[in-house]
Design a protein around this ligand. Structure first.
Ligand code: C5P
Length: 233
């Protein structure tokens, strides 16, 4: 299973994202994530441009709608040829299966499709008091991961703290993508359950998503290389 560091292009517009990518020498093409802010502000042209330049792209749009709409939306997104794409497990097994159907080419190939289990902004109190879900967070995450597997998805987004449990419940080849990564000497910012790249490697997780420790570093290229060497060592 390939392991990699994914950099979220958390910039206000496409030009800022491209300026950031210009810091990398020819031949060093980090895996990037394009999310809602950038797509809604700048459109899909940036995704095409990243692919043209040879980057792998995680399209992070977290879809959640009725199965038919998600099937058709995923089918429409086949044109961007992304490497990783996601949706919300809360949409249910039928919705997730429809997404897989939509994005699977006639030859059976498809990008890595993963589900968001519970957002890291959701805590046990919110789960219970706002969403009326009495099941504790850890159990909910595992249950949603099993639903994703039942729907034929490839994996889930989860914290590094949950990656090992997800893999033991869903299989070692079930992909885990984990944000909330910080160097031992960098600021936690608003992430609460963090791990270093080296600790994340120990959990067996496949991909780490590392934003501010790289993009807000004085030397982003050095920070990216440090992250790669700690995680892939
Ligand atoms: O800057 P930082 O490393 O915290 O960035 C993490 C990235 O991962 C951001 O793009 C954030 O939106 C995303 N993310 C997250 N937690 C999730 C899902 C996505 O931090 N549960």
């Amino acid at each position: 299973m390939p392991k990699d560091v994914i950099i979220p292009l958390d910039f206000p517009n496409a030009q800022a994202a491209l300026d950031f990518l210009a810091l990398f020498p020819e031949g060093e093409k980090p895996y990037v994530k394009t999310g809602m802010e950038l797509i809604y502000s700048s459109g899909f042209e940036l995704v095409r441009e990243c692919k043209r330049r040879g980057h792998k792209v995680f399209l992070d749009l977290k879809l959640h709608d009725i199965p038919n709409t998600v099937r058709n939306a995923f089918r429409a997104m086949m044109q961007y040829n992304v490497d990783l794409i996601n949706l919300h497990a809360a949409g249910g097994i039928e919705m997730m299966a429809a997404a897989m159907e939509g994005i699977t080419a006639p030859d059976g190939t498809h990008p890595i499709v993963i589900a968001v289990t519970q957002l890291t902004s959701t805590n046990d109190t919110r789960l219970r008091e706002e969403l009326l879900i009495e099941t504790p967070m850890a159990e909910t995450v595992l249950h949603y991961a099993k639903n994703a597997k039942a729907a034929g998805l490839c994996g889930v987004v989860c914290s590094a703290h949950e990656a090992a449990a997800v893999k033991s419940a869903c299989g070692q080849d079930f992909v885990t993508v984990t944000p909330g990564i910080r160097f031992a000497d960098s600021a936690a910012n608003d992430q609460s359950r963090i791990m270093t790249p080296a600790q994340a490697r120990q959990t067996g997780t496949d991909y780490i998503v590392v934003g501010r420790p790289i993009i807000a570093a004085a030397d982003p290229l050095a920070a990216y290389r440090r992250c790669m060497s700690e995680f892939l060592r």
